[in-house]
Ligand binder design. Structure first.
Ligand code: 4AD
Ligand code: MG
Length: 457
């Protein structure tokens, strides 16, 4: 007993001296003694052995406790380890092809940081239960992988714009007016008044281009979406850009370049995560390698009619089902340009036929706008346009949306003082993450989803 205690004391002081490394670093080292720390991911015990799979943020590893080789206290603690108990371990690492991650740790010492209570999530729970326990479920390998991919996506967005000389401009989140239609505004009490949560950064970016010319952001965005779809959140992150002097063709190209760069970065940096998510990389490759087509809205209707036998009345926005069927004919994202002006937001410029402007194939007025749709039914990932510079048109369309132009006077000033052609777009971060990860529901593209029916945890 005394020797055991001495041995344990010795080991504990040894462990304190050891530098902890991550599980993936330990597996890279591949042999010799290592110290790791993390949480119990899975456990299986017999009279003589305990097989504890430990996870940390980097990976998982099977850790083997042998009763015969361990001090009694270590063995007794190992026997009591429950799922999600936190611990520190020292042991010898070796390759083991039968272990879940190909390596095994033969444990020499264990320090339990906390014995976890019985973990509420075991197996096969309903999606709603997992959303109730979201604060715990974010530890799952699936969600951890999604968040790592999202990290790459957001990093890629910043890199893409910064490398091209754009300035990051963080917007105000309290905004006194709408940008994308009054019906999805979140109203909030503002001292003795009311205001709204941002639906888009755009109107403020349109002010900022007169100072910085090329700006971008990645910001929280709020929409009181009453639709309970697998694509809508009421709080999401939008990555937007706005640039002075830019026309529709140029802004569409910027959107294509950005999305392609994001997919390339994920394929380069997240092979492991895509594998854990069972996402077939060969389905993503075309988006990293090929040119993305541009078609007009009118042409899209033609494809739907001829190839899908779906008749869409010219002048109506595309519905989810129509977008899905259209995209069955493409393996990369597609830019759809020139939607009917009447169903578009007030700020989208109408395409007026002037010398040098390509004729339109449309039977009615169209806007210089575009949506980018993702393949495989993931829907709209980008919405953007060239902005109307005609103050009277802006006022006319604001009034059509029952908005008081006086509330927009500061915005209209931008057309009074040195107005220039300019364009921009917004990319839905969770939409692109959902597509890249191949998720069934956009809720899994954000850690703590907010929808019409969910505002906690
Ligand atoms: O098409 P939207 O509404 O465009 C705008 O807000 C413009 N003001 C952007 C701009 O030109 N600067 O939204 C842009 C993108 C959509 O294409 C979609 O990917 C995403 O934001 N999005 C949503 N994502 C999740 N949940 C929702 N409720 C979303 N609404 C829009
Ligand atoms: Mg849109």
């Amino acid at each position: 007993m005394i020797t055991f205690k001495l041995k344990l004391l010795f080991l504990n002081s040894e462990m304190k001296k050891n530098k902890f490394i991550s599980i993936s670093e330990a597996m890279n080292q591949g042999s010799g003694e290592v110290s790791i720390r993390g949480w119990v991911y899975r456990e299986r015990k017999s009279n003589k052995f305990a097989f504890i799979v430990v996870r940390d943020s980097s990976d998982i590893i099977q850790c083997v406790f042998s009763k015969a080789d361990l001090p009694e206290k270590v063995w007794e603690d190992a026997k009591m380890l429950s799922i999600e108990s936190s611990l520190k371990l020292t042991g010898d690492i070796k390759k083991e092809p039968r272990a879940p991650s190909g390596y095994e740790l033969l444990v020499k010492d264990l320090e339990v940081v906390q014995f976890a209570e019985p973990f509420p999530i075991t197996k096969d729970f309903s999606p709603e239960f997992l959303l109730d326990k979201r604060h715990l479920w974010i530890r799952s390998r699936k969600l951890t992988s999604v968040f790592k991919i999202k990290h790459t996506v957001i990093g890629a967005i910043h890199k893409f714009f910064r490398d091209k000389g754009y300035y990051e401009f963080p917007p105000p989140i309290f905004q006194p007016m709408m940008c994308e239609g009054g019906s999805t505004l979140f109203q909030v009490k503002y001292f003795n008044d009311i205001t709204y949560l941002s639906q888009s950064w755009q109107l403020y970016a349109e002010a900022m281009i007169f100072a910085l010319e090329k700006v971008y952001d990645v910001s929280p965005t709020f929409r009181a979406e009453k639709s309970k779809t697998s694509r809508h959140l009421s709080e999401f992150w939008m990555a937007e850009m706005e640039a002075a002097w830019m026309d529709l063709d140029e802004v569409v190209q910027a959107g294509k370049d950005e999305v392609k760069f994001i997919v390339q970065e994920v394929i380069k940096n997240n092979k492991n995560e895509l594998e854990i998510l069972k996402r077939d990389i060969s389905q993503l490759r075309p988006a990293a390698e090929k040119e993305y087509p541009t078609i007009t809205y009118t042409k899209a209707l033609k494809i739907l009619e001829e190839k899908e036998n779906m008749k869409v009345h010219w002048g109506k926005d595309l519905r989810t089902i129509e977008e899905e069927r259209l995209m069955e004919h493409f393996d990369t994202p597609v830019a759809i340009i020139e939607y009917p002006k009447e169903v578009m937001a007030f700020y989208k410029m109408e395409k007026k036929l002037r010398p040098g402007i390509k004729k339109t194939d449309a039977p009615g007025p169209v806007a210089l706008c575009f949506d980018m749709l993702a393949p495989s039914g993931y829907g709209e990932i980008i919405g953007g346009s060239q902005r109307d510079t005609d103050i009277n048109e802006l006022i006319k369309y604001l009034k059509k949306e029952n908005e008081d132009p006086k509330k927009y006077d500061w915005y209209l000033d931008l057309r009074r003082y040195g107005s220039v052609p300019h364009s921009g777009y917004g990319l839905g971060v969770e939409r692109i993450v959902a597509w890249i990860c191949g998720l069934d529901n956009i809720k899994d593209a954000i850690a703590f989803p907010r929808t019409m029916l969910r505002k906690s945890p």
